[in-house]
Ligand binder design. Structure first.
Ligand code: PHE
Length: 458
């Protein structure tokens, strides 16, 4: 018996929805900071190579599993080889964790849109922007409320289903995202002194390509492309048999990489001009602390600040939607629940995890939240760092490795290739793809996992 499943109404719809998943906080929030931290051009070069040689093959593998089985990630593995069902389970757990912190950061973004819409008053003091941000995320209740609004927006879209909800929204939001990004890029590169920032961004300095650059680039690539946890299996399962999978995967990887590099161009030079190279090193809070300072010093800065956080919001929303949809597909198909019921079942436990994440921002800063400080005298682990490292450095690479091994050695590249060519097209890079998915990609992932875990670094 066939369940009635959603399907994308057009190829453009699929490409935009999948790019919407890929283009997210990773591109706009993390990528520019990483480029700056890992020495500019060398990182971009490694990143592009890794996307082409590791990211693209894994994405194509995932999409082909999805279209072949027409199932959620757990169902897909169960159908192809029961013993590998656990890999789908790992994917769902990773997704659940990612969604819980994605919503919190999405909430911060919404808050900043509100701040800019109401005049961008960050107060005064020696370091007003830092203080404002730290103060805000350390509050116990307000960030949770903004996170809840963000999650509610995702739910609103996902309840409506694949083509009427996700596809429709992506077709509208993704072009908006491109336009806003372009406007900011133009502003950034026309600032006096931007040339130096651009040079910093694109110069490959000898000596900056090393193990660290590669580890950084690989972790970033998987996260940014949304591969390794079954989102592309889920989205691929809604693709029709007439679609050219290799072309779609290439487009998605291309769009994602282009947006990341454009975000680098939009952000690195302005920060460079305003704050100097030091301004680039503020890690996760970079977008919320360094950029408001930059916008404050720029003519028309309030408008660009507002546009920037809207950009971040659009990017985050379409990504969070894909994570929620992948979890919902799992629950509706494996447990025969309605979409709304599945969403409710997901959101309740997730709210606790998100709350923990949000509240641990305060614990991390040693603000005393008596009800959250389990062992008195011992500082609580900063849950944000723990969760992010757990997903980015461990679960996602492990998931991606699983996909390579499964497609390369268990299901077989022959089966995958016949799915990839099911629309009657000829995939020109069959042999290279088989080689990459069977040998190169797994080897690179193992090496990097070894390197990351061995050094215990992030
Ligand atoms: N790819 C998204 C980004 O770049 C993040 C993401 C990761 C989305 C994992 C879904 C799953 O931000």
């Amino acid at each position: 018996m066939k369940q009635s499943r959603g399907q994308w109404a057009s190829s453009l719809g699929f490409i935009l929805a999948a790019s919407g998943s890929a283009v997210g906080l990773g591109n706009i929030w993390k990528f520019p900071g990483k480029v700056a931290a890992y020495g500019g051009g060398a990182f971009i070069l490694c990143y592009v190579l890794i996307v082409a040689l590791v990211g693209f093959p894994v994405m194509l593998a995932e999409i082909s599993i999805g279209r072949n089985t027409q199932k959620n990630v757990v169902g897909a593995f169960r159908r192809l080889n029961r013993r590998w069902t656990f890999l789908g389970g790992i994917g769902v757990i990773t997704l659940f964790v990612i969604l819980s912190y994605y919503c919190v950061v999405g909430g911060w973004v919404l808050k900043y849109i509100q701040v800019y819409l109401t005049g961008a008053d960050f107060g005064t003091g020696a370091t007003p922007y830092q203080d404002y941000f730290v103060n805000f995320i350390s509050k116990p209740v307000e960030p949770l409320l903004w996170g809840a609004v963000f999650l509610a927006l995702c739910v609103y879209v996902v309840v409506r289903g694949v083509s009427k909800g996700i596809e429709k929204v992506s077709k509208f939001l993704m072009p908006c995202l491109f336009l806003i990004l372009l406007a900011i890029v133009v502003r950034s590169i026309t600032l006096p002194g931007a040339g130096e920032g651009l040079r910093y961004l694109f110069t490959v300095r000898p000596g900056t390509v090393n193990g660290n650059t590669l580890v950084g680039a690989l972790g970033q690539a998987f996260f940014s492309l949304s591969v390794g946890m079954g989102i592309m299996v889920t989205y691929g399962s809604y693709v029709s048999k007439t679609e050219n999978l290799a072309k779609s995967a290439a487009f998605i990887c291309g769009i994602d990489t282009m947006v990341a590099i454009l975000a680098g161009i939009a952000i690195v030079p302005v920060v460079f001009v305003t704050l100097g190279a030091d301004g680039l090193g503020q890690g996760g809070g970079f977008a919320f602390m360094a950029l408001p300072e930059v916008f404050a010093q720029m003519p028309g800065g309030i408008v660009f600040g507002c546009l920037f956080f809207m950009l971040l919001f659009l990017a985050a929303l379409t990504s969070a939607i894909s994570v929620l949809e992948s979890c919902v597909a799992f629950l509706t198909e494996e447990f025969h629940l309605g979409r709304l019921k599945a969403i409710v079942l997901l959101v309740i436990p997730m709210a606790f995890l998100s709350a923990g994440y949000s509240l641990s921002q305060s614990a991390e800063r040693n603000l005393n939240l008596p009800w959250f400080d389990f062992a008195s005298g011992v500082q609580m682990l900063p849950m944000n760092a723990v969760l992010e490292k757990f997903t980015d450095n461990l679960m996602i690479p492990l998931g991606a490795l699983g996909f390579c091994l499964f497609v390369g050695w268990v299901w077989g590249t022959k089966n995958a290739l016949s799915e990839i060519e099911a629309d009657g097209s000829r995939f020109r890079f069959k042999r290279s793809w088989s080689f990459l998915i069977r040998f190169l990609a797994p080897a690179v992932i193992v090496l990097i996992l070894y390197f990351t875990l061995g050094k215990g670094q992030g």
